[in-house]
Design a binder for this molecule. Structure first.
Ligand code: NAD
Length: 254
């Protein structure tokens, strides 16, 4: 018996890193999974590897039509939608205000907010009619940067703070039918462009320096997946909505 037996999820950015780990774990826990993923090769890899249990669709979370299509194809393939996981995101390589020309700031704002903020809203909007039918739930990838500075830059950190707002606003709007929660990872080595700079200052690339900053060992992406299983499982987290679990290896207690 899995924690998600008989459930169907849609996971954005499920082709790599944390999203891919959640796809793998959701399937292990008995779910069928739709994926909306920008990278065509990762889409192909998922569909070839999983066959019947995963249906990956190539598209961009910041485009309404792609979100609508991903929901429609997931429902047509698996019959319903119980869990929406908003996860696809991009990084800003820890840019600081003083180092950005105004036009660079505007470009970075438009790129990062379009994916990280608008993308989450559009995905939630597209999934909502189906989730209302099943009284399902939403789980979003937030970040340590949803609460604190320094592990993102001038654009990523505000975008991740906005995600905390999306989670809380949606939790308020959609109760009691739909629970909306989040996971706030600290750092994990993934394909997120620039993320290897996390937490490192001038002395940068010494991995021991990162270890010293985190009270707990830095997890692999796979080690976050259990939080998404918990929050996607009505039986095991039914008293939580608007909650964001800090999974930051203890960074916030330093
Ligand atoms: P990743 O780059 O390994 O995976 C992200 C996936 O999303 C990729 O497959 C990418 O192709 C896809 N994607 C990017 N833009 C997209 C778009 N517009 N439409 C559809 N798919 C798109 O990165 P990751 O580290 O697994 O990041 C996943 C989430 O975790 C992000 O929201 C990120 O902000 C968050 N996060 C990551 C870390 C970390 O340290 N890695 C820490 C905190 C939060």
């Amino acid at each position: 018996m899995g924690w998600l037996d008989g459930k169907t999820a849609l996971i954005t950015g499920g082709g790599s890193g944390i999203g891919r780990a959640v796809v793998d774990r959701y399937v292990e826990e008995g779910a069928t999974v739709g994926v909306l993923e920008l990278d065509g090769d990762r889409v192909t890899a998922l569909n070839e590897e999983y066959g019947d249990t995963v249906h990956a669709v190539q598209g961009d979370v910041s485009e309404w039509e792609d979100n609508e299509r991903a929901v429609a194809e997931t429902v047509s393939e698996f019959g319903k939608l119980d869990i929406f996981v908003g996860n696809a995101g991009i990084f800003d390589k820890v840019v600081q205000l003083a180092d950005l020309e105004p036009d660079e700031l505007e470009t970075a704002f438009e790129e990062v907010f379009r994916v990280n903020v608008l993308g989450y809203m559009l995905g939630a909007k597209a999934a909502l009619p189906e989730l209302l039918k099943t009284e399902g739930c939403m789980v979003f990838t937030a970040s340590y940067s949803s609460f604190y500075p320094a592990t993102g830059g001038m654009v990523y950190t505000p975008s991740k703070h906005a995600i905390a707002g999306i989670i809380r606003e949606l939790a308020y709007e959609l109760a009691p039918k739909i629970r909306v929660n989040g996971v706030a990872p600290g750092y994990s080595p993934t394909n997120l462009s620039g993320v290897e700079a996390l937490g490192q200052g001038e002395s940068a690339a010494d991995p021991d320096e990162i270890d010293e900053r985190y009270p707990l060992r830095i997890p692999e992406a796979e080690e976050y997946a259990g939080y998404y299983v918990l929050l996607g499982s009505e039986e095991n987290s039914r008293a939580s909505t608007g909650a964001i679990i800090e999974a930051d290896s203890g960074l916030s207690i330093r």
